[in-house]
Structures are given as structure tokens and as C-alpha cells.
Ligand binder design. Structure first.
Ligand code: ADP
Length: 260
């Protein structure tokens, strides 16, 4: 519990900082995109210059996606809960995930056959999947398999006693597994910390802390299993929404700290 509190306070401070940086960053990018776009349309631009300009604009795109990562992280926008079917959300991003992981990695989806209603923010769920898939890709530089699956799960008192986590109730489960490099236990313990990365200059260390924060906001649970050289699995549990009831989208709390 103390860990969770410390993490929440850290996230809060970093979140405020990140929002400020992202805001200034976006203003700078607007200038680069604006003038870059005008230059690109010029008839007198030589081909080699056009190529260099395209490189500049590509880098600016990446900077833009980093800025949006920072904004999500700082959670300035309130989450929008709606009734969703988890399988549909997964299916909706499948082709995008395929592009994220590239050709060398096989993607397998094992969808639970029945309905999986959750109250969730669609964009947030997509971001969770994207961050986990991007990490899986990085963990499999020589190829492998990324498996994404869904199921339903009932957590009862016996489960909590046996596994040492969870709150009794009915849940929808999302798991994301890879056959990548895996992690040792010491790494596993730190992965949800903001800015923890083993990727040197290529990593921000924000991906999983964002995932953690989003899962908390949805009153869910996340847990990781990993073995060096074998692979890693993330399991996310989200409370099952009551079945057969229509739901009006509602604004959730803007508070990004985990509760309870
Ligand atoms: P980043 O990807 O920028 O490093 P993350 O917060 O997404 O930041 O991940 C933190 C660290 O957790 C990674 O640097 C990596 O060491 C480890 N990690 C995350 N996902 C995996 C995975 N699927 N397999 C192996 N290691 C992982």
C-alpha cells in the first residue's frame, strides 16, 4: 500500500511537469509543421532537400507522438467511460497493432467467445494495448509471437487468498504475452515506475506507468509474469459491466490518483 501511495505521489508530480512540457512542446511543433509544410509545397525545392525536409518532418511526427504520450500521462483529459465489448475493442486495433509490431512478429488473438462488457474509455484501452504491444516488439528483436487474449474471470475469497491480489467480483481479463527476452525479478519489480527503462536513449520509461495509471483509473488490476529468455505476460483485470443494460457515456473523475 505504501508503494502504491509513493507511486501515486510521484506520478502526480511528474504528471504536472509533463503536462507543462507537452504544452510548450506542441507549440514548437506547430511552427515546425507549419513552415515545413509550406516548404514542402514549394516548386523550387530540390529533390535532395525535399528528402531532408521529409526527415525533419518525420522526426517532428515522433516528437508529436511523444508529446501526446506525455499528455496522456499527465491525464489532463478526463476519462470517458462507455459500455464496450472488450473483444470488439481488441479487434478494432488489431490491424494497427500489426503495423506497430512489424513483419517479423506473429500476432495471435484468442478472443473469449462470449460478450465481455466493460465500462471503459475506448481510447485508454487502445493505448494500453498499444503500449504493451510496442514493448513486446522491443522484447523480440529477432521475431517471435505476440499473443493477445481475452476471458472472463470470477475472483472469490479463495482466489484472493491463493494469489494474494484482487478484489472479489466478476472480471474481464485481457492478457498480452510475448516470446521475447523476458525480465529478471529485480527488473519486474520496477517496470511500472515512471522513467524506469532499460532501453537507454530509445526508451522514455513512461509506457508501463501510463498503463498502470489507466488500469487503476478503471478500477482494474495488472500483474506481470516474466522469465528471462522465455517471455513476458501481462494480465489485466477490469470489472465486468452488468449485462443487458444500456449505458449512457459519462464523465469520470478527473482525479488520476488510484483510490482505495
Ligand atoms: P520503455 O518501453 O520506454 O522502456 P516502459 O515503461 O514501457 O518504458 O517499460 C519499462 C521497462 O520494462 C522496459 O525498458 C523494459 O526493460 C521492461 N519491459 C516492458 N515490457 C517488457 C516486455 N514485454 N518484455 C521484456 N521487458 C519489458
Amino acid at each position: 500500500l505504501e508503494d502504491a501511495l509513493r507511486q501515486a505521489q510521484k506520478m502526480e508530480a511528474i504528471g504536472r511537469f509533463a503536462a507543462g512540457v507537452a504544452h510548450d512542446f506542441n507549440n514548437i511543433l506547430t511552427v515546425i509543421f507549419g513552415y515545413g509544410g509550406i516548404m514542402r509545397m514549394s516548386d523550387t525545392l530540390q529533390d535532395d532537400m525535399r528528402e531532408k525536409l521529409d526527415r525533419i518532418l518525420e522526426a517532428a511526427e515522433r516528437a508529436g507522438s511523444l508529446a501526446s504520450t506525455l499528455l496522456t500521462f499527465s491525464r489532463k483529459q478526463p476519462i470517458r467511460l462507455e459500455r464496450l465489448d472488450l473483444n470488439r475493442t481488441v479487434a478494432g486495433v488489431e490491424s494497427f497493432l500489426r503495423r506497430v509490431i512489424g513483419n517479423g512478429i506473429d500476432l495471435q488473438v484468442a478472443a473469449h467467445p462470449g460478450p465481455l462488457p466493460v465500462l471503459a474509455d475506448k481510447g485508454n484501452l487502445e493505448q494500453v494495448l498499444m503500449n504493451l504491444a510496442a514493448n513486446a516488439r522491443d522484447a523480440m528483436p529477432r521475431g517471435g509471437t505476440l499473443s493477445i487474449g481475452t476471458s472472463r474471470l470470477i475472483i472469490d475469497d479463495a482466489f484472493v487468498r491463493c494469489h494474494g491480489f484482487g478484489v472479489p467480483g466478476e472480471y474481464v481479463e485481457l492478457w498480452v504475452s510475448d516470446t521475447g527476452v523476458g525480465m529478471d525479478p529485480a527488473t519486474c519489480r520496477q517496470i511500472f515506475e515512471p522513467f524506469f527503462t532499460t532501453k537507454k536513449s530509445n526508451g522514455t520509461g513512461l509506457g508501463l506507468s501510463i498503463v498502470y495509471g489507466l488500469v487503476q483509473q478503471h478500477k482494474g488490476h495488472i500483474r506481470v509474469e516474466s522469465e528471462p529468455e522465455r517471455g513476458t505476460s501481462f494480465h489485466i483485470l477490469l470489472p465486468l459491466a452488468e449485462e443487458g443494460r444500456s449505458f449512457e457515456p459519462a464523465e469520470a473523475s478527473q482525479d488520476r490518483l488510484p483510490r482505495g
